[in-house]
Design a protein around this ligand. Structure first.
Ligand code: DQA
Length: 393
């Protein structure tokens, strides 16, 4: 069991009453209790601390040295100015995740700058108080299976986390593609749980970040990154079995997983065609597989994703997996019937069309299951994937 510390900075003592339309109605005391519970759920002890004073926050970070294994830190407005807090985090070398309740990237421009972030191992913004849960889970995943973060290209978001299983011999590889409607405040920590679980099962995992809408992505740049990330598996020096690669994506990441499997079906010279690594199976977890019918999803997400695309008659053929069938790569579609973010019809219709086009495809519909359960390795939904992987190669 590890010890985690949740630190909240200035004005966060007012949570619950402070600008509730921005920060919600949960009080700091409730948040602290909930964080302790999330820690227990993840198998770790959580302590909490709050101060309005920069020096006191620095002292708390210094005092954590030697006793605390990971810090979740919401520095409040000090985020945007305090090099002293940056140096405190860098100085104690405790893995620290920066958290913001609100989406600081999409408020006043001055909030988009974090001087603290470079000292942190990760940043989670705009997920409400749930961001603290994701941060605790991220630290837990790092502690049990520390990833090696590797750049697959020169741009900041062109990175992925490699986890290699114990034991000798070549390892099968799972490429993980997170969802979040291709928007920038959703990042690859969403897939940490699945990455750790698969690594425990003997799979090397390559949990991919990519440029998203707002970080230079959108079609076709996001797809370009995914193609490079998948091909980069061939260059990793980790004893990998390149004949046993699967791509697994959730939600908009499911779109990218299916898209990456469709690369061979694209005419030569189009983006991502001529792949170096061809997956043996593509798994879409609550995948967005049809961009044409997906236009009303995620509050305009598809339109934002395609916004910079040059409109041409082949756009959907290139960008929308259902339009690229047959993929000639087997697919597994898993979808909850109660999914309110991506309707189950996306997978139903994709599977029917894939079968019609001659692809080998399996559809698993889960009664009463929603959207986020599909990236929880403890949920029974995940066995639909692990059962299939167990006999794959
Ligand atoms: C905040 C964002 C900061 O910009 C602001 O000054 C806060 C709260 C957040 O959690 O969203 O105090 O850190």
């Amino acid at each position: 069991m590890a010890n985690l510390l949740v630190i909240n900075g200035p004005n966060l003592n007012l949570l619950g009453t402070r600008e509730p339309d921005v920060y919600g109605t949960t009080t700091l005391a409730e948040l602290d209790d909930t964080c302790r519970q999330w820690g227990t759920d993840a198998g770790h002890a959580v302590e909490t601390y709050q101060s309005n004073h920069e020096g006191a926050l620095i002292d708390a970070i210094h005092a954590a040295r030697g006793t605390i294994d990971g810090i979740v830190f919401n520095p409040g407005a000090f985020t945007h100015t305090s090099y002293a807090l940056h140096d405190a985090i860098a100085g104690v070398e405790i893995p620290t995740v920066e958290v913001h309740i609100s989406n600081v990237l999409e408020r006043e421009p001055w909030r988009a700058t974090s001087v603290v972030r470079p000292a942190c191992v990760h940043g989670i913004y705009g997920r409400g108080i749930d961001g603290y849960r994701w941060a605790i889970q991220h630290l837990a995943a790092r502690l049990v299976r520390p990833p090696e973060t590797i750049a697959y290209g020169p741009v900041g978001d062109q990175i992925a986390d490699l986890r290699v299983p114990d034991g000798d011999g070549t390892h099968p590889v799972a490429v993980l593609l997170h969802g979040g409607f291709w928007r920038r405040h959703w990042t690859r920590d969403l897939m940490d749980g699945l990455a750790v679980d698969l690594t425990d099962r003997g799979w090397a995992t390559w949990n991919v970040e990519y440029r998203r809408v707002g970080t230079g992505g959108g079609w076709p740049i996001t797809a370009f990154d995914v193609a490079h990330a998948v091909d980069h598996v061939a260059q990793l020096d980790a004893n990998l079995d390149l004949d046993c690669v699967v791509v697994i994506g959730h939600s908009a990441g499911g779109h990218l997983a299916l898209w990456s499997a469709a690369r061979r079906a694209q005419p030569s010279g189009t983006i991502g065609s001529d792949p170096l690594v061809v997956p043996r199976l593509a798994v879409g977890l609550a995948a967005v597989s049809d961009l044409r019918t997906g236009h009303d999803l995620g509050d305009g997400a598809v339109d934002a994703f395609l916004a910079d695309a040059v409109s041409h008659s082949d756009l959907y053929r290139a960008a929308s997996p259902i339009d690229a069938l047959p993929l000639s790569v087997p697919t597994l579609l898993v979808h909850g019937t109660d999914d309110e973010a991506v309707p189950v019809d996306q997978s139903r219709e994709f599977a029917a069309a894939a079968r019609e086009a001659g692809d080998e495809t399996e559809l698993v519909l889960l009664d009463g299951v929603g959207h986020m359960e599909l990236i929880d390795p403890a949920h029974e939904a995940w066995t639909a994937v692990t059962d299939r992987l167990a006999n794959l190669c």
